[in-house]
Design a protein around this ligand. Sequence first.
Ligand SMILES: [Zn+2]
Length: 342
Amino acid sequence: MAAFREVFRRSGIDEGRSPPGMVVPFGGSNIVALIDPGRKLKVDPNPHALGIKEIDGADTLRRVMQARETFSQPDIDPQLRAASLPATFNGDARFFEINGRIKPIAFPGLEVVARSARGTIEARLRVAVLREITVKVAFRNLMVPGSSGSPTFHAKKPCNEQDELLTMNNIWRPQANIRFERVPSDWVVIDDSQADVKKEIANATGMKDASLAILPDLIDVEKMKGMFVKHKVKGAHLTIFCVDKLFHNGGYPNGAFARGLDLAFICSQRGPNTSAHESGHFLGYYSKSPTKPWDSQGHTLEVDPKTRKENRAEDIKMLMRGGGAGWKIPFNLVKEFRDFPG
Ligand SMILES: [Zn+2]
């Protein structure tokens, strides 16, 4: 059966929805596969809105094979593999570059169709052309006085801001055309040997004797988020603090978002995508949709449409799942993250 399909995973095509959806950056292009057993279908060029061009299948297939090889390596994280391993294609696959240079196209996107010679529509695809949104983000490792008196990392696993930024952009740019830009900043020192800082910690955590207050390894987000507001980085829309451990909503998460404060936390037990996931809550806070599904605690759960039970194989891929962020942003949710005013 004819159908539009993802070429590379999490590249802005979502074949898991019906019809499949595609994100094309305004001013750029993206590629999609058409499974066309007779190799005779005509893809409706819509010259007023999109440029559509069939491209060299051999070259694309070579790149797909390379990606398959990369993500099949035994040392690849299984969650990354689940979200990244491309399908294999046979001779029925044709490849098209869709170009979004003419104008932006809002959700739910423009329908592109593949027709038979008689004009019957054999496959559909929704294409949204999105302007780039830039979010300025700053990362701050929390430092505390060490045993020798010189500042030491609060986290056992401090963050590397370049790595965090790279992964965030790997996830958000192709799938939502949202680009994170780093605002340089120093690490933040909270010196809990100082009386005023001890008082602040005691007030936040409800200790009676402030002289005994020290910054604990475990940061209770609801109680202590206020202490971090003044350490947000000027010029950044979002500041992400890296601390050792987190307590939030009765659990010990990899990361947490402090709603309405434009600050988030990641901790030593975080995964590669924790910053990207918390950024989703940050962007979701600005959503103008009535449901605001990502604001604060909203998470995806992929279920089997028939049994209504969790579809683990699909769920594990998702960026906004609870308990260990994956990589994928489904097409029909992209708009929820794009109301951020900038
Ligand atoms: Zn979350």
